[in-house]
Design a protein around this ligand. Sequence first.
Ligand SMILES: Cc1ncc(C[n+]2csc(CCOP(=O)(O)OP(=O)(O)O)c2C)c(N)n1
Ligand SMILES: [Mg+2]
Length: 342
Amino acid sequence: MKQSAERRAGSFERHGLTDEQLVAIFRTMLMQRTLENRGFQLNRQGKIPFASASEGHEAVQAGAAMAFARGKDILVPYYRDLGLALGIGVTPYEVLLSLFARAADHSAGRQFPHHYASRNLGLHTISSVIAAQLPHAVGAAYAMTYRGERGRAVLTTFGDGATSEGEWHESLNFAAVHKLPVVFLCENNEWAISTPLAKQMGQPDVHKRAAGYGMPGSVVDGMDPVACYAAVREAFERARSGGGPTLVEAKCYRFLAHTTDDDDRTYRSREEVERRRKEDPLPCFERLLVERTIVSAEAMAALKRSVLEEVNDATDRAEAMAYPLADDLYERVYAEAWRPWL
Ligand SMILES: Cc1ncc(C[n+]2csc(CCOP(=O)(O)OP(=O)(O)O)c2C)c(N)n1
Ligand SMILES: [Mg+2]
């Protein structure tokens, strides 16, 4: 991976991104981490039942979100994509409404946490059923082709474990056969809950499978947000201009347990996690922005304060909202009033 070697050697390729865009990427990454830590805190305080963890995926997601064209492209993500959701415009308040399961949440508190959806943002609701989102993504891309639309594409994401599912194969194959405008982005964090990569696949490089489908594949350092932006942008450009699908693999790592319901000490060593922590994309990218004087130390401190204030404010506002009423259980589920207990 050229980019990561360059990063370590000290050179920096900004791939056409302005200072403002680089700072926006960092802010998304910091917001993702702060919100996610807030989810874990609220769970441990007994205030919310569940939160998931995407620490270690921030660079992939903020980079990919920067390549997404709002108002044109469609995002069909999976459950670990808080940063992608934030990066394309979901607000921290909306995320907290979902975590607190309040009535004002977009699903009126009914959906599992982190299952965002937004018609305006082009965000499909996500799937907890591994790989089930892929046929949906390919279907959306097929619709674009069927309607003769150009200049837009679908971005869909998944983990390394998802690549063992039949839907994964069917989706890539169908997209390649019909040259559909899709970007398949694998967030390879080396674990599928407690299943390590070596027990999931004989070929640890997911992108190499692209050749078997007849589509281009690329691999990128998933701890480098700018490299991720460049890889996803290239795939988007191919898809939007009629060049068909691409399989992009971002190598990253999950630093925390799978979710608040998981204890990763039962299946992986602390030494492994500590070793991988050294690649943490947040401090690495922060250092780069300050060293290159893209952000001053004072502006960085102010940015951190503003992210924390926004999350604190969103937490207080979401927590103060009402729960859904039991009487409304079947609202927006059936076309007509449905009161099975009456
Ligand atoms: C079809 C199906 N099988 C099993 C599960 C249980 N499950 C939830 S997350 C997960 C791990 C998926 O790992 P990966 O695709 O690598 O994504 P990651 O969670 O590591 O980001 C599994 C097995 C599920 N949700 N759906
Ligand atoms: Mg995984």
